[in-house]
Structures are given as C-alpha cells and as structure tokens.
Design a protein around this ligand. Structure first.
Ligand SMILES: Nc1ncnc2c1ncn2[C@@H]1O[C@H](COP(=O)(O)OP(=O)(O)OP(=O)(O)O)[C@@H](O)[C@H]1O
Ligand SMILES: [Zn+2]
Length: 508
C-alpha cells in the first residue's frame, strides 16, 4: 500500500468511530482489535529493521551471496597462501591424526580496498562453510558489556547457522579488527578490555573435535597497531598480506569488472592497467564504473579509452570542482603545469599522460604521469629526475613571474619526501646512515645542497625551452585538457618550427 493510501485510511478511522458512536454502537471491541493490529504491524516492522548485522545487510546489496577465488583479480600469492591455510579446515581428519593444533585465526593485512573482504567470502565458499561477518567499528559506541555479548552472539550465530544449513564449518569474518584489538596507550593491558577479552576467550575455547569447526578471519590495514595478545600462537598466528595489485593483477581486476559492461574493442584495458600504478582493487572498480558513467552521459554505445582516462583522473584527483579562477590565475596555473609537463617529457620522455587546467579536488590544474612500467626500486638518478619534475611547476612560475605562489606546496612536500628517501636509502654524500646518527644541522645541509642543485638544473633546463612555454600557453588555455599524445605532438611541432637546436645534454 502506498504511504498516502495508508495515511488516508488512518485518518478515516476516527471519523468511522465517531459515526459508530453516533449510531449507538459499542465501539470498545473495535478499538481494542484496532490497537492490537497496529501494534502487531509495528512489531513485525521493527524485527525486520533489526534483523541481521549491519554488515550483512550492506554485504547483501553489494556482493552476490557467494563468491569464489576466481572472482578476485590478481592477488595470486595471497590466494594461494589462504587456500593452503584453509586445508586445515578441509583436511581436519588428518590434522587430528597428527595431533596438530587447529588453526583458529587468520589475519589478512594490507591497504584498504585490496579485497580482504572478498577473500574471506571466497574462503567460505571454498570450504563450504557458513559466513558470518562483523566489523570492529560495530562494537564501539556500545554500552559496557554490550560489545562482549555481541561477540558471544556472533559465535552463537555461526554455530546455529551451520547447524541449520547443515554445514560442518563456519567462517567468522571480523573486518577492522584493530578497532577492538588495538594496543592500549600507556601500559595498561588491553586484555582487560571486555570485548577483546571475550573474543580471546571464544578463540581459546575452539577445539579440533568441535562441530562446526570455526575459523576466524580478521582484517586490518594497521597490523602494527594490534595488541600482542591477539597475535599469540593459537590465536591470529597466520598472517597473509593482501597488497596493492601489480600491473598484471590490475588488468585482471579491470577485466572482471568489465564483464558486464560494453567496453569498446578499441579501448585497451592493458593501457588502463599501465596508467593506474598504486590503485587498489576498489579504486579500479571505481574507474570502471566512472568510465561507464562518462560513456552513458555522452550517449555512446560503448566505453572508450577517453572515458577511462577521465575516470582515472577522477578517482586519482577527486571530483571536478567549479572553482572559477580568474584569467590571470589560470595563466599562472597553465605555466606551472607546463613546467611539470615539459620537465617530465625532457627527463622521462613519453611519460606525461594528461595535462589539465580543470580544477579537481584541491588542485587548480594537474599533470598526470604514466610510468612506462610498475617500478619498485629507484636509483639516485631516477629520484633526481622525479624531484626535477616536481620542481618544474615552481621554476616555471619563477621564470615568468619572477616569484612563486602557494600553488607549489604539494610539489615541495613531494620533493622533500624524495630527498628523504634518498638520504634514508644511503644514496647521498652522508653515506649509509640512520637519521639518529647525524645532527639536524647536517641533515638540513644535505637536504639544501641536493634541492638547490636540482632547482638550478631544472631552471637551466626549462630556460632552454622558454619558447615552448610561450607557444603552448594559448593552446592549453583554450583546450583546457591535453592528452599525453596531444601534448607530445604539440611539443614536437613547436620544437620543429623553432630554429634553436635543442639539446638535452647534461641531464641526469
Ligand atoms: N582483487 C580484487 N578483485 C576484484 N575486485 C576487487 C578486488 N579488490 C577489491 N575489489 C573491489 O573493491 C571492493 C572492496 O573490496 P574489499 O571490501 O574486499 O576490500 P577490503 O580490503 O576488505 O577493504 P577495507 O580494508 O576497506 O575493508 C570489492 O567489492 C570489489 O568490487
Ligand atoms: Zn605543481
């Protein structure tokens, strides 16, 4: 019944009663029956509202009720380690024969959105177990003792559902375990905390011969925060790292999420995977989804490469903002971004993937770089190149305005981080050091000498391409966004029409 219909009916009831009284009918029985019916209705509604944990309700709408390891992209090592551990649950007879202590807890660690929850769900399917889940944050903001009883209920729910569904095992998933299992500041042992204490008690009470066999899988992205009581043998003593996916993994995840979408045969998921270094599975899912939205908005039949490019920008930099910059400001931003982009193409040709003047998130403009491949190790020369690219924006402002603006703050933070990495990796003239070994003064001196040298080198390099700035500024202001290929084409044209021979010698 529609809400309006219901309200009209309720409004009609008093009128009817008055009418009945007017006719001399005894209305008491009618009123009683009515009250009874209404309270029954409310009770059933309330039960429907509180039924199931919040994560279950969320989970239902997000993911299918079962999920296999094949539905998880990349993560081959983590999947294998987990499957190996799950054999404990499957080969329980052998485990008992050899007198091996049962595996009670597995801890999945790694950055947010890498698929820890998916892993736990797949584990339940793989072992034919019931799946019960809760999140650490559900236990906070509860009255004293409620958290503990909630833990007890979870174990009870796992056991009763296993019995009802005729399953021999249950997997109990606790996301964000650090919320209940975090170290307590200043000495006092967390084991006195009731919620955590209850969890430990329940875990200690699990025996090999029990049915259903219960395995607890917990997830956290802050392993170092966990109380040592949780990590003792017989508790969460098996740790599996679920890391950010590599290029192959990213490609696999994209493919899985593209399954139900019309992706143009011209678009290359390989290329999208290449441009999304550092993205988590959840972010890749977002890229797929946003790309589909862009394509739909443009009323295209298929999702094209340009939609992926916009989607990557959106996921990386945030939503476009409608901050209206003045023309003067736009010009400064354009020169600043050209500084980054020209520096990037000169020290690492082919790596610019977007130069944009449209404001996103906190940035008024940005250059997105696209590393040729995933890279985990850097030489000093490569770190220096990155610092020069980061300084390029500020240097461009100095060249054309004689001074900088606040727009270089993030660039400087990045440059300082890179210098820090150089120092900590023993790549500087300080040698192999621990920052404790040298004075603050020495560190600052080394820092300044590296940054001043690179600033100077960046300035000299960009001065040689002053004409490129002058000739591409208007085009960037007009076009607002240039793809990497468009930018390189522009660069090539400008350089060709200019008589000065271009040399890039002397670069690191
Ligand atoms: N490896 C993957 N393969 C396919 N999809 C993935 C993968 N990793 C993440 N996703 C997508 O991201 C969503 C979130 O993943 P999930 O909840 O498992 O991450 P999580 O590691 O548990 O994150 P958190 O630490 O934030 O809870 C999934 O529903 C899925 O759409
Ligand atoms: Zn910048």
């Amino acid at each position: 019944m529609s809400k309006l219909g219901k309200e009209m009916l309720i409004g009609f009831v008093p009128v009817l009663l008055v009418f009945l009284v007017f006719l001399g009918v005894n209305v008491m029985p009618v009123v009683l029956v009515g009250v009874l019916l209404v309270s029954l209705l409310y009770l059933t509604r309330m039960r429907a509202n509180i039924g199931g944990t919040s994560s279950e309700r969320k989970g239902k709408s997000r993911t299918p009720s079962y999920l296999t390891f094949d539905d998880i992209g990349g993560q081959d090592r983590a999947k294998n380690e987990l499957m190996e551990a799950l054999d404990f649950l499957i080969k329980h007879e052998e485990i008992r024969k050899f007198g091996i202590r049962p595996l009670k807890g597995i801890l999945l660690t790694g950055p947010p959105g890498t698929g820890k929850t998916l892993m736990a769900k797949a584990a339940a399917f793989y072992t034919n177990s019931v799946f019960v889940s809760a999140s650490g944050s559900e236990f906070v903001e509860m009255y004293v003792g409620v958290g503990a009883s909630r833990v007890r209920d979870l174990f009870k729910e796992a056991r009763s559902r296993a019995a009802k569904e005729n399953k021999e095992s249950a997997i109990l998933f606790i996301d964000e375990i650090d919320v209940i299992g975090g170290k307590r500041e200043g000495g006092q042992h967390r084991e006195y905390d009731q919620t955590l204490n209850q969890l430990l008690t329940e875990m200690d009470g699990i025996h090999t011969s029990d049915t259903p066999r219960i395995l607890i899988i917990a997830a956290t992205n802050r392993k170092e925060m966990l109380d040592s009581a949780l990590l003792r043998p017989g508790r969460f003593d098996r740790h599996i790292g679920v890391d950010l996916p590599d290029k192959k993994g990213r490609r696999h995840i994209l493919q899985l999420h593209a399954a139900n979408k019309p992706v143009s045969p011209e678009a290359s998921l390989e290329r999208v995977a290449g441009e999304t270094f550092g993205f988590s599975g959840a972010q890749l899912e977002s890229v797929m989804n946003e790309a589909a939205i862009y394509a739909m908005r443009e009323e295209r039949a298929e999702i094209g490469q340009q939609h992926f490019s916009l989607a990557i920008d959106k996921v990386m930099m945030g939503e476009k903002t409608d901050r209206e910059a003045t023309m003067e400001e736009r010009k400064r931003v354009a020169l600043h971004e050209l500084g980054h982009a020209i520096a990037a193409e000169k020290v690492k040709p082919g790596t610019v993937s977007t130069v944009s003047l449209s404001p996103r998130g906190q940035a008024l403009g940005y250059v997105r770089h696209n590393p040729p491949q995933d890279q985990y190790l850097y030489t000093r020369a490569e770190l220096e190149q990155q610092i020069m690219i980061a300084l390029g924006g500020a240097v461009a402002e100095e060249m054309f305005y004689g001074g900088r603006s606040t727009g270089s703050r993030n660039d400087f933070e990045q440059a300082l981080r890179l210098v820090r990495t150089m120092i900590d990796s023993g790549l500087t003239s300080l040698g192999i050091i621990d920052s404790e070994m040298v004075s603050q003064e020495q560190l600052m001196k080394e820092n300044a000498s590296i940054l001043n040298g690179l600033h100077q080198a960046t300035r000299e390099m960009l001065e040689r391409f002053r004409f490129v700035f002058e000739q591409s500024l208007d085009i960037l202001l007009r076009e607002e966004v240039l793809t990497g290929d468009q930018f390189r084409e522009l660069l090539g044209k400008v350089e060709q029409t200019n008589a000065t021979p271009v040399s890039t010698q002397g670069l690191a």
